[in-house]
Design a protein around this ligand. Structure first.
Ligand code: 4NP
Length: 555
């Protein structure tokens, strides 16, 4: 029998790690989020005093004029949000009135606020007083409003071809214009400053660079090139601060200076009175807040977890394309040993050198972990990311399957584990390559793209259309439910009752087929939970069944 006590202890330890994310620092104030109280919450430090602002928070803006906007999830995981404006001095929130919707983004300049949100349509809202009024519908599945400066607001949206374009909205004249320096190129969220518009784009060479341009003339001037991605940028105290990223690791620049950081991922950086505050993590360090003032000091953070050795690899796929992958050689598994191919979500996401509770829980429980960045992953250029458009669940699945072949020297038996698009990929792997897998765990999986489409809001309908170029036949052909008969390995499915991205109905239909076909399976439905784990309990409810199921299926 497996050692339940040991598995529970080790796995709960990972589910209950504290994370800390800095949001803004202004003098005596530090705004940050943490799960310290068991649920993802927003806190404000005023000197040494900690004020809890809200729970289940999903987004916040910077503090401007002693105020900021934040949103929290208010529908038991359905991702219908409420937006508030918080006054730092009065320690009071006012609720902003708006239609029931998935709030996607917010920007705020201390007086005026803007939102993008999705219900029947994806729309742009302006906050006046305590009401958000719709100013226009947006033709994007996903959009983000990123900054306001004077009469100008700026943001970004996914075009129907998958590239990202910018938009500018004039708050005075109500004029709206879209902007892309070159057809088919991608540009990342504009930050409008006194110096001009700061943004990242790949329009010149297909590789990203950081640019500054006058908002009227729109002639971008290059500030920096050389990194694959520019994942964060800001302008404060007369300096441009940015984070470049390459092969899953970040570099930090403050003004003209490249600041040496510990190895890993810096998700954001806040300059205040010459000091730089960052959110830092790597595969063994949960998100923590560090400050740099000539040297690095930890401000808030939990302990590191000894997983084993972390290696970066790349391997050729079926058509010769190089697929990057992280390999964690578990310090508690034999070599070769039981190995999990951990499939990330998105699909426009990646496994990088940042903390991932799945990878950590798997490695400390004695599994080597291979995390492929299959085609469609972010972090390796726009051409690579957009390779899954019109081919989602196609060649990307071969990339994942090829990881098992490439790393065969370390594998005694292979398991597939993934969440969301990774859950989809897990079910698809078990149905399409049944010989490869000993067992699989699919969290919040897409089981049927067609059924899911019918249940989706404007944002996700748009996203599915984008991924499959609106081809219904392809959506059905690529769905795991079309392959359920071929499944050989035992399968574990974990899903939130109120998930509005990968809803339960198609998953239950998939399960019914597993049952009628006499397959071996187990199912965990998490009550009052949605797509995004928000509490330590949510993480425990996903990770513990995952590890128990794998252990029960490991030779
Ligand atoms: P996730 O997976 O981004 O990994 O959460 C997906 C969830 C929903 C859709 C696509 C991917 N969708 O198109 O609805």
């Amino acid at each position: 029998m497996i050692d339940y006590k040991e598995i529970l202890e080790k796995t709960y330890e990972i589910a209950s790690l504290n994370y800390y994310v800095v949001i803004d620092v202004k003098g005596n104030y530090m705004l940050y989020s943490s799960n310290e109280d068991g649920v993802s919450s927003l806190f404000l430090m005023k000197g040494d005093a900690r004020v809890k602002v809200a729970e289940r928070i999903t987004l916040t803006t910077y503090i401007e004029n002693g105020k900021f906007l934040y949103a929290y999830e208010a529908a038991k995981g359905r991702e219908l949000h409420k937006v508030f404006m918080y006054d730092v001095n009065a320690e009071k929130s006012i609720e902003i009135q708006h239609p029931a919707m998935r709030v996607l983004s917010a920007a705020f300049d201390g007086k005026v606020g803007l939102l993008t949100g999705s219900a029947e349509r994806n729309s742009l809202y302006v906050i006046r007083g305590n009401t958000a009024e719709k100013v226009r519908d947006l033709n994007y599945p996903f959009s983000a409003v990123s900054s306001i400066y004077g009469e100008y607001a700026g943001g970004m949206g996914y075009r129907t071809d998958g590239a990202l374009e910018l938009f500018f909205y004039n708050l005075k004249t109500d004029e709206f214009e879209t902007y892309s320096p070159k057809v088919g190129s991608s540009s990342y969220p504009p930050l409008i400053t006194e110096k001009g518009v700061l943004f990242a784009s790949n329009f010149e060479s297909g590789k990203f660079a950081l640019y500054l341009m006058d908002i009227r003339e729109k002639i971008p001037k290059k500030l920096h090139e050389g990194y694959t991605d520019y994942t964060f940028y800001d302008y404060r105290e007369g300096k441009v601060i940015f984070v470049g990223k390459e092969r899953g690791r970040s570099s930090l620049h403050v003004g003209e200076e490249k600041v040496k950081t510990p190895e890993g991922v810096i998700s954001n950086a806040i300059l205040d009175s010459g000091k730089v505050y960052v959110t830092y993590s790597n595969l063994i360090t949960p998100p923590s807040i560090y400050v740099y003032n000539g040297e690095w000091k930890k401000v808030m953070g939990d302990r590191t977890i000894n997983l084993g050795e972390v290696e970066y690899h790349s391997y050729p796929s079926s058509d010769g394309i190089e697929i990057p992958a992280f390999l964690v050689k578990s310090s508690t598994a034999k070599l070769p040993g039981p190995t999990v191919v951990y499939i990330h979500g998105g699909p426009w996401g990646e496994v990088d050198d940042s903390f991932d509770p799945f990878i950590t829980a798997l490695a400390i429980n004695g599994y080597h972990v291979i995390a492929p960045n299959f085609r469609g992953s972010t972090g390796y250029g726009e051409q690579f990311r957009m390779m899954d458009i019109g081919d989602a669940g196609g060649k990307d699945m071969e990339d994942i399957a090829n990881a098992v072949k490439y790393f065969k020297e370390i594998i005694t038996e292979a398991f597939a584990v993934g969440y969301s698009y990774g859950g989809f990929s897990t079910l698809k792997q078990l149905g399409k390559f049944p010989e490869l897998w000993k067992a699989g765990v699919a969290g919040a999986p897409v089981a049927d793209w067609v059924d899911m489409y019918e249940l989706a809001d404007a944002a996700f309908k748009g996203f599915i259309d984008l991924l499959f170029k609106g081809d219904r036949k392809l959506m059905s052909e690529r769905s795991p439910i079309a392959y359920v008969e071929n499944v050989k390995a035992p399968v574990c499915i974990i899903a939130g009752q109120n998930d509005s991205r990968t809803p339960l109905r198609p998953i239950l239909r998939y399960v019914e087929k597993l049952m009628n076909l006499g397959k071996s399976f187990e199912v965990h439905i998490l009550p009052d939970a949605g797509h995004i784990p928000e509490t330590k309990k949510d993480f425990a409810s996903i990770l513990i069944p995952t590890i128990l199921f794998l252990k029960n299926n490991t030779s």
